[in-house]
Design a protein around this ligand. Structure first.
Ligand code: SF4
Length: 436
C-alpha cells in the first residue's frame, strides 16, 4: 500500500474519505481511497508512483519533481505565451481551426469518453482528420483480431485462470505498474491461489528490462528478429522446425507456450517498433493457433487510460477502429496508419502530448512550417510550449466527471471529487464547436 501526503499539510484537519478510480493508466484501478479536507486533496492510498502524478502535480515516478499546472488560458502574442481570457482563447482557436484546409485533431487517449464524442463531432464539423495518439500501437492489433478472430477475456478472468503469461515488447512496471499485482503475475486468483507460483511468466524484449527479474524465461532479441522468432515458435509448435538457424530462445519459448492451460500474451509498444503490422499479424496467428486447444488471449497493454474508449467509439460510429479523415475528397476515409504531418495546417491536441511522441525531425518540421497548435492540457508540457493557444482543463476523474473504458473494455464511471475553476475537455470542445 502506498500512502501519500503532500508536504505543507500539518496538524489535525476534518478529513473526508472517498474511494476513487485512478486515471493513471489503462488499468483504471478502482481500489484507491482519497482523504480530502476543505476542497483539497490530502492523501491517496493504494496508488502507485505513476498514478500519483494524476492526483498531485508531480512528474511520473518522481514525486519530488513538480509539474506546472496551467492556471489560465494562454495565447501566443509577439512570440510569447501570455494569459488571455477564455473568450479570447476560444475566438483565437476557432479562427485557427476554422481557417485550416487540413486540420488534425490528435490524441484523445488520455481523456474521457464524453470528450472523445465531442472531439469526433468537432472533427466532422471541421472536416478534419482525427488521429488517436496510439494508432500505430492499436490499429495493427485490431487488424489482427479481425483477421484471426481471437479469444478475449476480462482482466479478472485472466487473474483467476491464466497460468501462462508472456510479455512481448512490454514493460508493465513502466506502463501500468499495478497490473502485475492486480491481474497478471503476482495476483492471487480463483485458480491461481498462490499467485506467481501458480503461473509461468516469460518475456521477449529488445532490452533486458526489470521484468526479467520475475520472469521464468526472458528472451532478448535483436531489432528485426521478432518475425523470425515468431515463425520459429510456430514451426516448433507444429513439430516441423525449419532448417535454418533459429533465434536464440525459440525452442524454449515454444515449449513454454505449449504447456499453457490458459495463456495470455500481453504486448506493449515495443512490439510495434519494427514492422508492427507484420509482428501483430504473427502474434495474432500464434495466439489463434494456441487458442485452438486452450483459451489463449492476445492483449494490448494500453498505458493511456481511455484508449479503449476511443476505439470503442470509433468502432460504434464508423464501423472500424481506425483514424477517420472527414476531409477526404472522396468522402470519409479511415486509416490504420498514422497520417502524414506534412499536409496538416492546424492541429488541435487533446489528452496527449504530441511533441513528446513525435520524432524530433517531424516536430521541427511542424514548427518550421509554423503550423498553429491549439492544446488542451491540465499541465504544461512540450506541446503546450509549442502551442498558439492553450486551454487549462480540469483533471478527469478528480475535478471532472467522465466515463472511461478499462484496457479490457469495461466501462467505468469517473466521479468529480474536487471543486475546480477549470472547464473539462468536453466543455471546451463543445464551446469550440459553437465558436467554429
Ligand atoms: S496501475 Fe495505473 S491505474 Fe493503477 S494506480 Fe497505477 S497508474 Fe493508477
Amino acid at each position: 500500500m502506498c500512502l501519500f501526503k503532500p508536504t505543507g499539510v500539518q496538524g489535525k484537519v476534518e478529513v473526508g474519505q472517498q474511494s476513487v478510480i485512478c486515471t493513471g493508466c489503462g488499468c483504471l484501478c478502482d481500489d484507491l481511497d482519497v482523504a480530502m479536507a476543505g476542497g483539497q486533496l490530502l492523501e491517496v492510498s493504494n496508488v502507485c508512483l505513476w498514478g500519483l502524478s494524476r492526483f498531485f502535480p508531480y512528474k511520473r515516478f518522481h514525486p519530488k519533481k513538480e509539474r506546472r499546472r496551467i492556471l489560465e488560458p494562454l495565447g501566443r502574442l509577439n512570440g510569447r505565451l501570455q494569459g488571455i481570457s477564455y473568450g479570447a482563447a476560444l475566438e483565437h482557436a476557432a479562427e485557427i481551426l476554422g481557417k485550416a484546409r487540413r486540420p488534425l485533431i490528435y490524441g484523445l487517449t488520455n481523456t474521457g469518453s464524453w470528450a472523445q464524442e465531442a472531439a469526433l463531432q468537432l472533427a466532422r464539423n471541421l472536416k478534419a482528420r482525427l488521429e488517436p495518439a496510439d494508432l500505430a500501437f492499436k490499429a495493427p492489433y485490431y487488424h489482427s483480431v479481425r483477421k484471426h478472430g481471437l479469444y478475449w477475456a476480462p482482466l479478472e478472468v485472466i487473474r483467476d485462470e491464466a497460468d501462462t503469461v508472456l510479455f512481448w515488447g512490454a514493460n508493465p512496471l513502466h506502463s501500468c505498474p499495478r497490473h502485475l499485482v492486480r491481474y497478471s503475475v503476482f495476483a492471487r486468483g480463483r485458480f491461481t491461489e498462490r499467485g506467481v507460483e501458480d503461473r509461468q511468466v516469460a518475456a521477449v524484449d529488445l532490452y533486458r528490462t526489470e521484468v526479467a527479474k520475475f520472469c521464468h524465461l526472458f528472451v532478448q532479441v535483436d531489432p528485426g528478429q521478432e518475425l523470425h522468432l515468431l515463425k520459429g515458435i510456430r514451426e516448433h509448435l507444429q513439430g516441423s522446425p525449419g532448417p535454418g538457424p533459429a533465434v536464440k530462445g525459440t525452442r524454449r519459448l515454444a515449449g513454454f507456450l505449449s504447456k499453457a492451460e490458459f495463456g495470455v500474451i500481453f504486448f506493449g509498444r515495443g512490439a510495434v517498433y519494427n514492422q508492427g503490422l507484420a509482428v501483430l499479424d504473427e502474434l495474432g496467428s500464434l495466439a489463434a493457433h494456441l487458442g485452438e486447444k486452450q483459451p489463449f488471449v492476445l492483449f494490448p497493454l494500453a498505458s493511456d487510460f481511455n484508449s479503449g474508449g476511443l476505439y470503442h467509439l470509433l468502432f460504434n460510429e464508423l464501423g472500424v477502429p481506425e483514424a477517420p479523415d472527414f476531409g477526404h475528397e472522396g468522402g470519409l476515409l479511415t486509416s490504420a496508419a498514422p497520417g502524414d504531418f506534412d499536409e496538416v495546417d492546424a492541429i488541435l491536441v487533446v489528452g496527449a502530448d504530441l511533441f513528446w511522441f513525435l520524432p524530433e525531425d517531424q516536430g521541427r518540421a511542424l514548427q518550421d512550417r509554423q503550423v498553429p497548435v491549439v492544446s488542451l492540457s491540465p499541465f504544461a508540457n512540450r506541446t503546450t510550449s509549442c502551442s498558439q493557444v492553450v486551454f487549462p482543463v480540469a483533471l478527469v476523474g478528480l475535478e471532472a466527471a467522465e466515463v472511461a473504458y478499462r484496457m479490457d473494455g469495461l466501462p467505468m464511471v469517473l466521479k468529480k471529487l474536487l471543486p475546480t475553476a477549470w472547464p473539462s475537455d468536453r466543455e471546451i470542445l463543445l464551446d469550440l464547436m459553437k465558436a467554429v
